[in-house]
Design a protein around this ligand. Structure first.
Ligand code: HEM
Length: 423
């Protein structure tokens, strides 16, 4: 069946910013970056399955119900053949992230082994360390009364938590590897490959060191022990390394964006700052709402294994189908007034973390980092504002939504942390 045969006509009223996002969607287009909210709302309202001709073509699924149906049905929609259009659904030179790019039952064995280290109770003891990192970063700019909240806080905290709290890298040795991670994720395009090389080397060395040491009772022991492949073989070393890389890559840019979005939201809603200061019990709701509305993963891919359909749209075997977290989690069929942060609301399922077998394993870590950062921002810089004449800068890169800069001003304060590494 050819692509033309499978395509039923889509209404062509999706023109926003000069581009028809219903028939010519592109995750990387400036029109999507610049009219982000409007495009998502239009897809939800009028185009449950949009078409893109970029990178060989793909579909975009917007509505929550369709999203969930595809996300749970891994037999029809496999994760094994790429998650982003730039690398097509033939994968990226055979390199895969684990468990992101494998299907059950192998994926289930990894999740069962790793899951216990990422539950609410398991991650709770990390809070004190996260708070120390958050305060250390705030110290680096608090006396100045101004900062770029992205570069000086949001882009740094998640990597500091990963290396410090999960890999036990001493506080005073985190700086260089956090910087390499930032260069790999946010640095200029030409330097990213080399920066990923440094990060990969660091993780390889770390796994080798740990393999020679007695178990520490943490998730790295489980990664090193591995699980059985579907062929009944022990997981090869590359699967273990790419599990570590998945945990790093999956948690950094995502949490950075939601941290920056949280600070930006506070600048736009002094009434929310007031309520969150007076009623700390609302802070968990605020975190959940901010992750939902400012979902950092705009869409992640699956590949159809058979000819099928989604919301009446025929999909051919082999087609790449991008499931849009960003759209689905603000579907008005599921959430009233979906684009507003409502501090009294708690949605039962936050699709920003996806759904089904691949739903984010790090969700409780992300929530804890967000909640701890919110506490410290409210305590230390409650009158934060966007610097006069400035505005946050956004970009979309592949599957990610990014806030690139957020210049803030606030009343200067005193430094607090006496740490081994001084800012
Ligand atoms: C606000 C922050 C975060 C958001 C919105 C987010 C979002 C997501 C999404 C949408 C997926 C699903 C992928 C799919 O359906 O194919 C996912 C998977 C994953 N996330 Fe997160 N994530 C966040 C933070 C984290 C953190 C902090 C970690 C690490 C501690 C992490 C580790 C992972 C891993 C390893 C997977 C793959 C799970 C699997 O395929 O079974 N994420 N995340």
């Amino acid at each position: 069946m050819t692509q033309e045969d499978t395509t039923t006509p889509i209404e062509t009223d999706g023109v926003i910013g000069g581009r028809d996002h219903f028939t010519d969607f592109d995750l990387d287009s400036p029109e999507y970056t610049e009219h982000y909210d409007e495009v998502l709302d239009a897809l939800l309202d009028r185009c449950p399955v949009a078409r893109s001709e970029a990178f060989g073509g793909y579909w975009v699924v917007a509505r929550a119900e369709d999203f969930k149906r595809c996300a749970v049905d891994h037999k029809t929609f496999t994760s094994t053949r790429g998650f982003e259009p730039a690398h097509g659904n033939e994968g990226d030179g055979g390199m895969k992230l684990y468990p992101l790019q494998i299907d059950p039952p192998y994926q289930t064995r990894w999740r069962q082994a790793l899951g216990p280290y990422f539950g609410v109770k398991a991650v709770a003891p990390l809070e004190a360390g996260i708070r120390e990192h958050a305060d250390y970063l705030i110290d680096s700019f608090i006396e100045r009364g101004s900062c770029d909240f992205v570069a000086e806080f949001a882009a740094q905290l998640p990597a500091r938590v990963f290396f410090g709290s999960f890999l036990h890298v001493p506080f005073d040795r985190i700086g260089p590897i956090q910087k390499a991670t930032d260069d790999a994720i946010r640095g200029p395009g030409e330097g990213r490959g080399a920066a990923w090389g440094i990060v990969g080397e660091f993780l390889t060395g770390y796994l080798q060191e740990r393999a020679e040491q007695p178990p520490k009772g943490d998730f790295v022991d489980v990664v090193l022990a591995g699980v059985e492949t579907d062929e009944g073989e022990p997981a090869p070393y590359e699967h273990k390394l790419f599990t570590m890389i998945d945990f790093l890559a999956g948690g950094i840019g995502t949490t950075s964006h939601t941290l920056a979005s949280m600070a930006h939201h506070l600048t736009t809603r002094p009434d929310h700052v007031e309520r969150l200061v007076a009623e700390p019990e609302l802070r968990d709701n605020a975190v959940e709402e901010i992750i939902r509305i400012f979902a950092p993963v705009t869409a992640l891919g699956r590949t159809a294994t058979v000819d099928t359909e989604i919301a009446g749209q025929k999909i051919a075997a082999g087609d790449l189908v991008m499931l849009s977290e960003a759209a689905a989690c603000r579907d008005p069929r599921v959430v009233d007034n979906p684009s507003e942060v409502e501090l009294d609301r708690r949605v039962p399922v936050n699709l920003a973390f996806s759904y089904g077998p691949h739903r984010c394993i790090g969700a409780h870590v992300a929530r804890l980092v967000m909640r701890t950062a919110l506490d410290e921002v409210l305590r230390r810089m409650p009158d934060l504002k966007v610097a006069p004449g400035e505005a946050p800068m956004f970009s979309n890169s592949g599957v990610a939504r990014n806030m690139d800069t957020l210049p803030l001003v606030f009343t200067p304060g005193a430094r607090e942390v006496v740490a081994a590494e001084s800012p």
